[in-house]
Write a protein that binds this ligand. Sequence first.
Ligand SMILES: CC(C)(COP(=O)(O)OP(=O)(O)OC[C@H]1O[C@@H](n2cnc3c(N)ncnc32)[C@H](O)[C@@H]1OP(=O)(O)O)[C@@H](O)C(=O)NCCC(=O)NCCS
Length: 180
Amino acid sequence: MVPTIHRAKPSDVEQLSYVCSRTFIDTYGQSLGSHQAAMAREYVKETFSIDALRRELAAESGETWIAVVDTTIAGYVKIGDDHPPEVVAPKNLINLDRLYVLKEHHGAGLGRLLLATAESRAKERGAGGIWLGVWEENAAAIAFYARHGYTKVGRRTWEYVRDGIQYRDFDDIMVKAIQR
Ligand SMILES: CC(C)(COP(=O)(O)OP(=O)(O)OC[C@H]1O[C@@H](n2cnc3c(N)ncnc32)[C@H](O)[C@@H]1OP(=O)(O)O)[C@@H](O)C(=O)NCCC(=O)NCCS
């Protein structure tokens, strides 16, 4: 079945909530210790609830695009206008906030299609390129972005405390310029 790419609409929100939650847990669940796993569950519950996603779809700055196979959402990309960290210049970049494909659809070209959609939307919005943050231990995603022309320009640190224990994670910051 040939996939189609659409801008997500309010009627997609229930299926989108499932896809966002499942892809997040599938991607990071195995790598997390029990404290981090508890935080990840809280994050998923808050960020990918139907109400939260409904608000996100209604917000003007962001855009969510979905890959549909048959009638099922198989993956999605979200772009936004969050400012890049200081390491990134120039500043007129769109943020690739999330790109996730259900694991049973990996390797079928949906990631490439969703990334191309994000890039063409960034261009239509007049951006000079795209920036993204990817967990430095997510080697498969880093390799995927590198194959598509993204280069590492720096790092971002996440620090958080839970039950008195300090955690620290790093994201690679990657950038791709868009030809006009
Ligand atoms: C990274 C990700 C979005 C890529 O999506 P995808 O639909 O698998 O991507 P594609 O099919 O377009 O490309 C996958 C590449 O791996 C190759 N591949 C082959 N078989 C594969 C398989 N079984 N599984 C994964 N990739 C496979 C493809 O040929 C392709 O190579 P290319 O990049 O040189 O073209 C997807 O793997 C994913 O959702 N990962 C988990 C979430 C994640 O880490 N997101 C990024 C967070 S910042």
